[in-house]
Design a protein around this ligand. Structure first.
Ligand code: AMP
Ligand code: GLY
Length: 421
């Protein structure tokens, strides 16, 4: 029966993909998004409530009779939005505040991994800058210095020299470049390899592994330039994670993760997205994210043939064991079109043309709609996503659509997916 109203919280390309997929559910009667963006407003009713306004979101969900709220961003989870909704008797998908520490505190995540034998970089953690410096001085370079708290993906510095590590420790811990996120640091060995994004729904006792994906974090072609939120993705990433390695991810990461939750008494129901480095010694966890990836969600949901609502319901109700969704055997590619200058300073308000004729699914990450026209309104603007029988064809389709879309200063990579060929 089509009688369920859903509310998606967030305003980026990931949230547009969640809205797009949930709208296709035969059980969903209406989709709302808070606050959403110009492109999301085509697929959902956007409500102007910020993700930090928990009271207003709760009041809206009650007034509108929302049957399920789905949380996109990590900061809402870390702020305890799930605990608040549940205390009000409202149904919500996402991890509670206690479980969200696996993403919001790198120290907490490291301790969890060590305690439960999950492979990760050797490291030390410090709240005293003197001790941090002494530890770094004894390490081989390059040295990875991470602010423990949430820092919009920017709190990781790869220091090529011991002097650079000292500077990073000073900036993070003493000058508080990332604010209180830098009260503690994790200092770890540099891992060499290919990165891979893993997504698994976890219901506390079981998990459901999604197909693999690969993100492109650097701003420029050939993995040069600054780190960004992600400039594009493709799925499957089976060249970096062939079946034998995927099996190791199951036994060494996910099985141990679920056993660790039980041992520690953590109630984790939601999406686990470990960022992996696939090294010569096998897969190692760089970080845990406790939410859908952005722009990984755009390619994963494009390949999901089953009803997403059923999977989210099964997670909340601890029924994941035995759930087997259908995935397209085709490949998906998402190319991010960003504002010129991103991830540094950029200006918005540029008119976007060519959207109506695009032969691809265009998820909006940062746009405004005004009188039927769309304008850029963010660093990442669009995620142009195509599905095709092979990765090469999916790339060709995505880039052909990108070439038909324009806005002043548009910046994108030409090599998304090239490594998977
Ligand atoms: P994180 O937020 O911990 O995922 O780190 C952000 C990015 O820094 C990762 O996506 C990697 O590209 C890089 N990185 C983090 N930790 C390491 C490490 N130990 N070795 C090499 N690269 C790393
Ligand atoms: N695409 C990386 C992330 O969502 O953190």
């Amino acid at each position: 029966m089509r009688d369920m109203k859903v509310l998606v919280i967030g305003s980026g390309g990931r949230e547009h993909a969640l809205v797009w997929k949930l709208k296709q559910s035969p059980r969903v009667s209406a989709v709302f998004c808070a606050p959403g963006n110009g492109g999301i407003a085509v697929d959902a009713t956007c409500v102007p409530i910020k993700i930090s306004e928990h009271d207003a979101l709760i009041a809206f969900a009650k007034r509108e009779g929302i049957g399920l709220t789905v949380v996109g961003p990590d900061d809402a989870l870390a702020a305890g939005i799930v605990d608040r909704f549940e205390a009000e008797g409202l149904r919500i998908f996402g991890v509670n505040q206690s479980a969200a520490r696996l993403e919001s505190s790198k120290v907490f995540a490291k301790e969890f991994m060590l305690r439960h034998g999950i492979p990760t970089a050797a490291s030390g953690q410090f709240s005293d800058p003197e001790k941090a410096r002494a530890f770094a001085a004894a390490m081989k370079t390059p040295i990875v210095v991470k602010a423990s708290g949430l820092a919009l993906g920017k709190g990781v510095i790869i220091a090529e020299t011991h002097a650079a590590a000292d500077v990073a420790i000073r900036e993070i811990m003493e000058e508080r470049k990332f604010g209180d996120a830098g009260a503690e640091v994790v200092i770890e060995e540099f891992l060499d390899g290919e990165e891979c994004s893993i997504h698994a729904l976890v219901d506390g006792g079981s998990y459901l592994l999604f197909p693999s994906a690969q993100d492109h974090k650097r701003a420029l072609d050939g993995d040069r330039g600054l780190n960004t939120g992600g400039m594009g993705t493709f799925s499957p990433a089976d060249k970096v994670l062939p079946p034998a390695l995927e099996q190791r991810v199951r036994t060494e990461v996910l099985d141990r993760f679920v056993a660790g939750l039980k041992a520690d008494g953590l109630d984790f129901r939601g999406m686990l997205f470990p960022g992996l480095m696939v090294t010569a010694d096998g897969p190692k966890v760089l970080e845990f994210n406790c939410r859908f990836g952005d722009p990984e969600t755009q390619v994963l949901l494009t390949r999901l043939e089953s009803d997403l609502l059923d999977l989210l319901d099964a997670t909340i109700d601890r029924r994941l064991a035995g759930v087997a969704p259908k995935w397209s055997s085709e490949a998906a590619v998402c190319v991010i079109m960003a504002s010129g200058g991103y991830p540094g300073a950029y200006s918005g308000g540029k008119e976007i043309t060519g959207l109506a004729d695009a032969k691809a699914t265009v998820f909006h990450a940062g746009t405004k709609r005004d009188g039927g026209k769309f304008f850029s309104a963010g660093g990442r603007v669009l995620g142009v996503t195509a599905l095709a029988p092979t990765l090469a064809e999916a790339r060709a389709r995505a880039y052909s659509a990108v070439d038909g879309i324009a806005f002043e200063g548009a910046q994108f990579r030409r090599d998304i997916g090239a490594k998977g060929l």
